[in-house]
Ligand binder design. Structure first.
Ligand SMILES: Cc1cc2nc3c(=O)[nH]c(=O)nc-3n(C[C@H](O)[C@H](O)[C@H](O)COP(=O)(O)O)c2cc1C
Length: 146
């Protein structure tokens, strides 16, 4: 069975809600197993063993959250030869700015992920339109790893 890993960080729950909405979209495909993990609890093995990766971050001070950056820092050397071309979806929750988007795009570029869609931008807690965009990103990633 194909595997998708969703990693995220959250303080007040917005990005966690968004992560579970992406997972909902993935789960519509019964052939794909999805795991949702806090970035601080995920490591190189998780990244290496999944067929597709979703990274979700809040915007903190116009940058991705420190915990998501820490995940990338910890895994870069151990995975960089093996994750080139790995299908990836990203999303950012923000309070009205959203400049963290740029940092996420740059770092995914350094890993040479195959960007399927995103960053999906969500203002604070996902509304119904944003929820559907997140589910759709999950569906797109599930389709891409077939
Ligand atoms: C420390 C801190 C810094 C923030 N800085 C920004 C910012 O620079 N731009 C922005 O649009 N929102 C900013 N926000 C708002 C959050 O990005 C937004 O509320 C987000 O959805 C929080 O996600 P979470 O509930 O998963 O922690 C900040 C929030 C916090 C707590």
């Amino acid at each position: 069975m194909s595997k998708i890993l969703i990693i995220y960080h959250t303080l007040s729950g917005n990005t966690e809600d968004a992560a579970h909405l992406v997972a909902e979209g993935v789960r519509e495909d019964k052939d794909v197993q999805v795991t949702v993990k806090l970035a601080r609890e995920a490591g190189s093995e998780d990244l290496l063993s999944c067929d597709g990766i979703v990274v979700g971050t809040p915007d903190y001070f116009d940058y991705m959250s420190g915990m998501v950056k820490d995940f990338f820092d910890r895994t870069f050397y151990a995975t960089r030869d093996d994750v080139r071309g790995k299908p990836c979806v990203t999303f950012v929750t923000h309070g009205g700015g959203g400049k963290a988007r740029d940092s996420l795009i740059r770092i995914c570029d350094s890993f040479h992920f195959n960007m399927i869609t995103g960053p999906v931008m969500v203002q604070d807690r996902p509304d119904e339109e944003e929820a559907e965009a997140l589910r759709n990103a999950g569906r797109m990633l599930a389709a891409a790893i077939k």
